[in-house]
Design a protein around this ligand. Structure first.
Ligand code: FAD
Length: 316
């Protein structure tokens, strides 16, 4: 089953497809709190829960521990982020195989970034130059692992069946990747990822619905046909806004920044952030988004409140 419908969600926000992103705890920090979050997020019946991948991880590591927990304890599809920067073909293939052997069948293929503060000219950036190459590698490793499958026809008789497919998503940047040279770069890169076999895209966070909807229009005009899920992050304090802008290099959303700055209480700021994200979710769905993907920051309360306020969740 596809994790994302190729069609726009129609008929109002109620019941729109949802998904979440979480990240593995730091080394040494127990999983207990995240397990509670995963269970609360799973109760909202998302299409998938994605788990980020820290650059420099030797091999699957804590991401895999979290993905395994989702696989073992919920009915939700776990989706593994994988990055290729700094890795050899052999290293990336071993990593992919480790995830596949653990039962993971859905991936977000990413180029990743060189370590912070390091000049890319000074480090080995790896054998794989782009996310598109990683998409092809995931497909190839799965094909080599299970060249074909057998299915029973009659007792004692089997026939060759289609091998079990993997679902591969990629990233998209409605406001442009910070290092893109031209607005076309981001669409061209997405087209290349689609040509490599990507089945859907998940967008970087953005703050106004027209940024996402305009990007989807430009992508469609250029020939991108895969669904593009809007990535939405509730921002509930000025400190979080500052940190997120540092990490993503997105432009300051002055309306949200001012609203958070003039509100003196944390409770009030929380309400502003939730209302802002809920409004964004309603508007992208009204504009034809196939669902909404929420950056949960390992906190279920916030994203579930956004979904309730947006009218998407009516039961949890
Ligand atoms: P690509 O598709 O290869 O490139 C994307 C765009 O960036 C293209 O337009 C390309 O031209 C341009 N570009 C990229 N690098 C350069 C460069 N050096 N010079 C010029 N142009 C460049 N990172 C992690 O480490 N772990 C994660 O789990 C993770 N999850 C993410 C989830 C989502 C939904 C998103 C949107 C991003 C995530 N990232 C993560 C960040 C991502 O790895 C970086 O944004 C990375 O720089 C680009 O990855 P990509 O797969 O989009 O690259």
């Amino acid at each position: 089953m596809s994790l994302v419908s190729p069609f726009p969600h129609t008929g109002g926000p109620a019941g729109a497809p949802i998904s979440f992103e979480i990240y593995p705890p730091r080394p040494g920090v127990p999983l207990d709190r995240l397990k509670e979050t995963i269970s609360a997020l799973a109760a909202a019946d998302p299409r998938f829960i994605s788990v980020t991948f820290g650059a420099g991880g030797s091999i699957g590591g804590r991401s895999l521990e979290v993905l395994r927990h989702i696989l073992d304890t919920t009915d939700v599809e776990p989706l593994a982020h994988i990055t290729c920067v700094g890795n050899t073909y052999g290293g990336a293939s071993a990593l992919i195989r480790e995830f596949l052997d653990a039962g993971i069948r859905s991936f977000l293929a990413l180029r990743g970034d060189p370590p912070a503060g390091v000049d890319p000219a000074d480090v080995y950036l790896g054998d794989l130059e782009s996310a598109a190459q990683l998409v092809q590698l995931i497909d190839r490793v799965q094909a080599e692992r299970t060249p074909y499958a057998e299915e029973g026809v009659l007792p004692g008789a089997v026939r060759v069946a289609r091998r079990e497919d993997v679902q591969i998503a990629v990233a998209a940047f409605p406001n442009g990747h910070p290092r893109s040279r031209h607005a076309h770069d981001d669409i061209d890169t997405l087209l290349a990822k689609q040509a490599a076999g990507a089945m859907f895209a998940i967008s970087q966070l953005f703050f106004h619905a027209d940024q996402y909807l305009g990007f989807v229009d430009r992508a469609r005009a250029a020939g991108v046909t895969i669904p593009i899920l809007p990535g939405i992050m509730p921002i509930t304090s000025p400190q979080r806004l500052k940190r997120v802008l540092e990490l993503t290099e997105e432009k300051l959303p002055s309306d949200l920044a001012i609203a958070l700055d003039v509100e003196p209480t944390p409770e009030g700021q929380r309400e502003i952030g939730i209302a802002y994200a809920a409004d964004l979710a309603r508007n992208v769905l009204a504009g034809g988004a196939p669902g909404v993907h929420l950056y949960a920051f390992n906190n279920h309360d916030m994203v579930l409140a956004v979904l309730r306020e947006a009218g998407i969740l009516t039961t949890v």
